[in-house]
Design a protein around this ligand. Structure first.
Ligand code: SF4
Length: 82
C-alpha cells in the first residue's frame, strides 16, 4: 500500500514502506483511519488504541528516531510545532 501523505502524516503501517515491517504488521492501528492519530482533538482516542498495542515500544522508538513532529505514535502525542 502506498500513500501520498508526507511520512509524518501517515500511520506507522504506512510511514516507510521500505523499512522492515515486522512490528508494523502487529500495529493495533492498522484498521483505524489516519484522522484520529493526527487530529489533536482525537488524540485521547488514539492513545487509548495505543495502550492495547503490542508494538507500542517499537512504534515510539521509530517516532523518536525519525523525529516525528505530529500525530500519536507509541501512545505519545507529538504535537505539531508552530
Ligand atoms: S502504538 Fe499506536 S500508533 Fe503505534 S503502531 Fe500501535 S496503535 Fe499504531
Amino acid at each position: 500500500m502506498s500513500s501520498d501523505l508526507p511520512v509524518e502524516m501517515t500511520l506507522p503501517t504506512l510511514a516507510d514502506p521500505s523499512a522492515p515491517t515486522t512490528w508494523r504488521e502487529h500495529a493495533a492501528c492498522q484498521k483505524e483511519g489516519n484522522f484520529i492519530f493526527f487530529a489533536s482533538s482525537e488524540k485521547d482516542q488514539a492513545i487509548n488504541i495505543c495502550r492495547s498495542c503490542t508494538v507500542q515500544e517499537d512504534c515510539l522508538n521509530f517516532a523518536i528516531s525519525n523525529k516525528m513532529k505530529d500525530g500519536v505514535w507509541g501512545g505519545q502525542y507529538f504535537g505539531r510545532k508552530k
